[in-house]
Design a protein around this ligand. Structure first.
Ligand code: PMP
Length: 286
């Protein structure tokens, strides 16, 4: 397989992606025993890097994995990738697994974590997506109970996204016991009566770095924000729905299960948050 323009970092080495090889006994391969991050880079500068690093450190702690690099070490990996690819906008992916060991479920006593990072040119959401919005479908959340950990064990997310893809939708909106959790790889937001509402930051969702950003933007723009449980009926009847993620930024969901959301067009609260998001990105331009 050919990977154009691809440089990566593997266990201390810089090399073309096609040459990066990991043992079949790597616990990431065998068990999905690892964690990851995806950091957007604008104007060659990682956006909210400290927050991504803090989330990564938390994921590492939660799975009992010693973080193999300190903050300066991670920064050097990210900067090294960004300067080698050279593109203005990129997204950097990094992951650490518990390393290579004889196949046994319990932690290996002496394995060295596998450290891998790569970057790609970031094609920001298109005008069509921003102005036309996305279609989503609802689905029961069948993932595990520690969705707060950014784990490479992503089968639940894979099956959820495939369900959306098979229906020609862009994302799933998942519900656990009838209450909103999140998308397959995004946080989901509802707007009702001018208030932005999102599920609380608990173990049932990943706290996106954009979760913090959107709440900050709401405070700055004078938009009321509430973190609370949202029933499926409240989501279906919302004035606006949005999703956020590193690669999709903030986008409106205008159709849910084939029905229009609110007016069926991107709404006014989305427009304000979108503008605030763009402004935060433009602040990185030098
Ligand atoms: N939830 C899940 C399950 C995700 O995979 C992602 C994407 N990383 C998010 C939420 C959004 O997080 P972020 O804003 O940090 O991209």
């Amino acid at each position: 397989m050919d990977f154009p323009n691809s440089i990566c970092y593997l266990n201390g080495e810089w090399l073309p992606l096609a040459q990066a090889k990991v043992s079949v006994l790597d616990r990431g391969f065998i068990f999905g025993d690892g964690i990851y991050e995806v950091v957007p880079v604008y104007y060659r500068q990682p956006f909210r890097f400290e927050q991504h690093l803090a989330r990564f450190e938390r994921s590492a702690r939660e799975i009992g994995l010693a973080n193999p690099l300190d903050r300066a070490g991670w920064r050097a990996v990210v900067d090294g990738l960004v300067s080698r690819l050279g593109e203005e906008h990129q997204f950097v992916y990094w992951q650490v697994t518990r390393g290579v060991a004889k196949r046994d479920f319990a932690f290996p006593p002496h394995a060295t974590p596998t450290v891998f990072a790569m970057t790609s040119a970031f094609v920001r959401p298109s005008r069509e997506q921003r102005e036309g919005g996305l279609a989503a479908v609802t689905r029961a959340d069948e993932r595990w109970l520690r969705c707060d950990i950014k784990s490479v064990s992503l089968l639940g997310a894979v099956l959820a996204r495939q369900y959306a893809a098979e229906q020609g939708a862009d994302e799933v909106v998942q519900f656990r016991d009838g209450f909103l959790t999140e998308g397959s790889s995004s946080n989901v937001w509802a707007v009702r009566g001018g208030t932005v509402i999102a599920p609380p930051r608990d173990r049932l969702i990943l706290e996106g770095i954009r979760y913090g950003l959107i709440t900050e933007l709401c405070a700055k723009l004078g938009i009321p924000f509430e973190a609370r449980r949202l029933s499926q009926a409240e989501v279906a009847g919302a004035d606006e729905l949005m999703l956020t993620s590193a690669t999709r930024e903030v986008l409106p969901i205008v159709r849910l299960d084939g029905q229009p959301v609110g007016s069926g067009r991107p709404g006014p609260v989305y427009a304000k948050l979108r503008a605030g998001y763009d402004q935060a990105i433009e602040a990185l331009r030098r």
